[in-house]
Design a protein around this ligand. Structure first.
Ligand SMILES: Nc1nc2c(ncn2[C@@H]2O[C@H](COP(=O)(O)OP(=O)(O)OP(=O)(O)O)[C@@H](O)[C@H]2O)c(=O)[nH]1
Length: 459
């Protein structure tokens, strides 16, 4: 379902079964003592609802952001809606629960307002998950634009607000499901039975449709499993502040946190993959894939820096412009793969011949290379150029290429008369290279920039 998140990462296979086992054991240990009354902690309920609200809200927000960003998580749009619904209902329950903001509830005088908010909440969440299952069964999510996918979330928030406000305002007129702290009647009432049936149905539907195929399916299922246990334990407890009631709060938190953990792990993996790709692109954009040398873009970036450094510290800088001789003939006679092999071999000879740490070697384009030699005067550069020429020529004797090959090299230097910029340094070397070709190839020619400048200037 989400290829980008799970590519090559099946996740820890034990995490899901272990978590499900822990939830089951927690429920099994609690059920026999579910009705045991424990000390009332309304302030704890405030903290709990705040946490549930934050966890659900974060889950919904992250899902919405991923949806808007065009993530392939698009089939989770109704899941985002369900968590958004839970967020609003948690706020409603905070307002309706006595003892959080004062002895009386902030809104809704009736003692059963909070119970009705709970009933609506625990019917709405599984219903929205069933909508998610329906959407996956119909496969309707693929074609929708990212912004359209947020509509179910807006719809669920509107429903939660409307239903919540109705319950807050009219709970006194609804059937009685709360007697003091006791809500045992919900076990026989549609409000309780409905919540159980919907939760179990949603759980079975999620398992049946997703078949727990990927990480998200598993954590979504775990969240719904915790939600179902939340409903069962709350009803089994039959009254506020019973063991079952407290354990159901814990389950509610786990439901809110399960998918959030999976989303955070997903976001972390996405971020790490993006950061690695960005680094990789930074390298790729300045390198030639065939030879592994710098490409023209990378070379020009470095050259500018080296020229400024040479100018500032009055140090010499030399440039070799290198072109393979009769390379078209090599391609035509031996084929392009052989031509490529020759280029790679020539690149290796360049690296072996200009081997100072500061030397810069680049593939300028096609069968042209440039070697930049910082801290190297004309004599030294001539030695390196001759070494390169001889090494390329000797490659055939060493059996690394299928044919004889040679290079012509133009050498320019800085400082020199008439050379003040990068372009002039390159042009001077290029002109010298042209001289080398004209003079018969397989040779090194030193630039005479003053002469070149004179010859280029219109008479
Ligand atoms: N195999 C291969 N050939 C390339 C590559 N890049 C450029 N070439 C070839 O290099 C050849 C360059 O030919 P020309 O510019 O005519 O130069 P040349 O044949 O070397 O002749 P001179 O430079 O005058 O000695 C062309 O046939 C290009 O197709 C490459 O990456 N691989």
């Amino acid at each position: 379902m989400i290829p980008d998140a799970n590519a090559g990462r099946p996740g820890n296979p034990l995490a899901f079964p272990l978590s499900a086992t822990v939830l089951t054991l927690m429920a099994l240990f609690t059920l026999p003592v579910a009705t045991v009354a424990l000390p009332a902690q309304p302030a704890l309920m405030g903290l709990f609802l705040l946490a549930v609200c934050l966890l659900n809200g974060l889950t919904a927000a992250i899902l919405c952001m991923l949806l808007l960003a065009g993530s392939p998580l698009h089939s989770l749009t109704w899941v985002a809606a369900a968590y958004a619904f839970s967020t609003v209902m948690a706020v409603m329950q905070m307002l309706a629960f006595p003892g959080i903001f004062g002895p009386a509830p902030l809104v809704g005088g009736s003692g059963q307002t909070a119970a009705w908010v709970w009933a609506v909440w625990h019917a709405g969440f599984p219903l929205l998950l069933l909508a998610h299952v329906g959407q996956r069964l119909l496969g309707r999510h693929e074609a929708q634009a990212p912004a359209t996918q947020i509509l179910p979330v807006l719809f669920s928030v509107a429903c939660a607000l409307l239903l919540g406000l109705i319950v807050l305002g009219a709970a006194e007129h609804l059937p009685v499901i709360m007697d003091g702290y006791h809500y045992g009647t919900m076990l026989r009432d549609p409000s309780g039975i409905g919540a159980v049936v919907l939760s179990v149905t949603a759980l079975c539907a999620v398992v049946g449709v997703t078949r727990l195929r990927d990480t998200f399916d598993r954590w979504l299922t775990l969240g719904q499993y915790a939600f179902t246990l939340d409903v069962v334990l709350a009803l089994a407890g039959q009254s506020r502040y019973s063991a079952g009631w407290y354990m159901s709060r814990a389950m509610s938190l786990l439901c809110a946190g399960a998918l959030l953990m999976a989303l955070l792990a997903h976001s972390f993996r996405l971020y790490r993959a993006a950061a690695q790709r960005a680094l990789q692109l930074q390298v790729e954009v300045v390198h030639d894939p065939m030879t592994g040398l710098l490409n023209r873009r990378g070379l020009l970036q470095l050259m500018q820096t080296e020229l400024e450094r040479a100018r500032r510290h009055a140090r010499p800088l030399a440039l070799l412009f290198i072109d393979m001789d009769h390379f078209k003939h090599i391609n035509d006679t031996y084929g392009h793969p052989a031509g490529d092999l020759c280029l790679k071999s020539a690149a290796l000879q360049l690296c072996a011949s200009a081997n100072r740490h500061c030397d810069v070697i680049a593939r300028y384009g096609g069968e042209e290379f440039v070697v930049l030699l910082p801290e190297c005067d004309e004599t030294g550069a001539g030695v390196v150029a001759e070494r390169i020429r001889a090494a390329v020529e000797a490659a055939y004797d060493h059996g690394t290429v299928p044919c004889r090959m040679s290079v012509s090299i133009g050498l320019s230097r800085f400082p020199a008369d008439g050379i003040t910029s990068l372009d002039e340094l390159i042009d001077a070397a290029d002109a010298a290279l042209y001289e080398a070709k004209r003079a018969g190839r397989n040779r090194v020619v030193h630039a005479r920039p003053e002469a070149a400048a004179r010859s280029l200037s219109p008479s």
